[in-house]
Design a protein around this ligand. Sequence first.
Ligand code: ADP
Ligand code: MG
Length: 262
Amino acid sequence: MNPLILDDLCERLQLTEVARLAGPRADSAAAAQDPYTAYLADLLQAEVDARQQRYVSSRVQMAHLPFRKPLDTFDFAFQPSIDERQIRELATLQWIDAAANILFLGPPGVGKSHLTVSLALQAIQARQSVYFVTIQDMIADLRRAWEDNRFPARLAVYTRPKLLCVDEVGYLPLERLDATLFFRLVSARYERGSMILTSNKSFSEWGEVFGDAVLATAILDRLLHHSTVVNIRGESYRLREKKRSQGRDGLLVPPASGTVHA
Ligand code: ADP
Ligand code: MG
């Protein structure tokens, strides 16, 4: 067949990978005496894979993930307080179908954001809509919208995605209005869409974070009703990496005098 006709047909069907690989794969299929059907399946698989990659890349950008680390980059051996089987179970995403939540609690550097991103990537690959935001950025945005009388439209931005990841709850305390806006968001998503939250504060400290024990209880009540809480206790991965690189450079022993930076 005239390769120009094949190129033209592929262009009309938007089969860019088939067009690119048809020639070279035909040669290797002929050499290996592969059946025609295997050759065709091979080409179509390449097309499907490329489309999935393009889809994931664009959705990762739309989701505003702060980085892109799949679950296989997480070193479970480093953090024994995490039950690997539980995380792998969560990676099957059944909790998203149930509109349930995940809360990762623990001190800085133990992998809360990493695991959130990994599960978010998993959800994107499964074609679920995802949005990732820090609580600070989200609340600042909702507050501006509140002051400009366009709160419902902005709230919809955070209620629409099937999975909303809210990072860094508790790093800074919220003002009363901010806490109320967060409560509105949690109520709007309750039993409708999943959330992953990360926090360095235990639940008993959420009263201080939200500046009001009653409001904090109402928020927790809704978040925890259908939820998995993952408590991570352990060393900071960041500090380990820092110690390691310092060790390599022979700087592990701090200077005898002067300021030692953490
Ligand atoms: P947290 O959100 O709990 O403060 P992060 O998830 O941001 O911590 O982790 C800090 C850094 O260390 C990130 O670059 C993350 O990818 C990495 N990290 C943390 N824990 C692990 C781990 N167990 N395996 C691999 N990388 C890790
Ligand atoms: Mg984090």
